[in-house]
Design a protein around this ligand. Structure first.
Ligand code: ADP
Ligand code: MG
Length: 235
């Protein structure tokens, strides 16, 4: 196992509160919900930001958490890869080049953070769909479920690629992240339909980048199964 120091940004109070609300919502969605996927209809809506903070937040409760970066096209750890701090990731494992224990990094908590674990996606791959469909990916999830209390999975958007749909059928629940200023209902419905078709359990929708100065702020809901409201201002 390698060590890695992840930056910890001080979250604005409102966001910290909403991450806790999200954590509570997920905790109450069932004892069998252990592996959770975050997805969205387009890039940059905030999946990686929210899923990483949620992983940290569960770790703060004393849970053993692993954050699995499945975005084989655009990893949030690219900068660490460039700095040479990450040598192998998910794509190495899925192509048979690395073992599971060689792709797990322990966040060095220092004095300001908590300990949790991350699996970076590794160098970008031309065939993420095939890789994520493989038995090796199933084996990885099985092992992570055994070894960790929570497995937080950061996926690529569903709108452009099918990867998240494949992954959603392998986890216990999926959360859709929607950027408040950028809501395209048709695109979100399409995401929901794809997830439904793959047998995913949709836990809720996170409304991100909410402009709280506007009166129109409110929880985003559709259908009885889509329950989260998550408000965090851009500024
Ligand atoms: N609630 C928020 N308020 C302000 N900026 C945000 C918020 N959530 C995400 N961002 C920023 O938006 C950009 C995209 O977020 P990211 O989490 O990488 O999206 P995704 O993983 O969905 O592509 C990043 O620069 C991130 O810092
Ligand atoms: Mg991302």
């Amino acid at each position: 196992m390698f060590e890695l120091k992840l930056e910890k940004k001080e979250l604005p109070f409102a966001m910290a509160e909403e991450i806790k609300n999200l954590r509570t919502g997920i905790t109450f969605s069932g004892a069998d919900i252990k592996a959770i996927l975050f997805t969205s209809s387009t890039p940059n809506e905030g999946k990686s930001t929210i899923s990483l903070e949620l992983a940290r937040s569960f770790a703060e409760l004393g849970k053993k958490v692993v954050y699995l970066d499945c975005d084989l096209r655009k990893s949030i750890f690219n900068c660490k890869i460039r700095e040479g701090k990450i040598v192998s990731g998910l794509s190495h494992y899925l192509t048979g080049q690395s073992k599971i224990e060689d792709i797990i990094y322990e966040n060095d908590p220092g004095d300001d953070d908590v300990k949790f674990y991350v699996i970076p996606s590794g160098p970008s791959s031309n065939s993420p769909t095939e890789l994520l469909s493989s038995d090796l990916f199933d084996k990885l999830l099985e092992k992570l479920r055994e070894d960790y209390d929570m497995v937080i999975v950061d996926a690529p958007p569903l709108g452009s690629v099918v990867d998240a749909s494949i992954v959603s059928s392998k986890v216990d629940g999926t959360v859709i992240v929607v950027e408040a200023g950028n809501i395209n209902y048709k695109a979100i419905q399409k995401v929901r339909d794809k997830l439904d078709a793959s047998g995913a359990k949709i836990l809720g929708v996170v409304l991100n980048k909410v402009d709280k100065s506007r009166k129109s702020y409110g929880y985003y809901k559709y259908g009885k199964d889509y329950g989260y409201g998550y408000g965090y201002g851009k500024g």
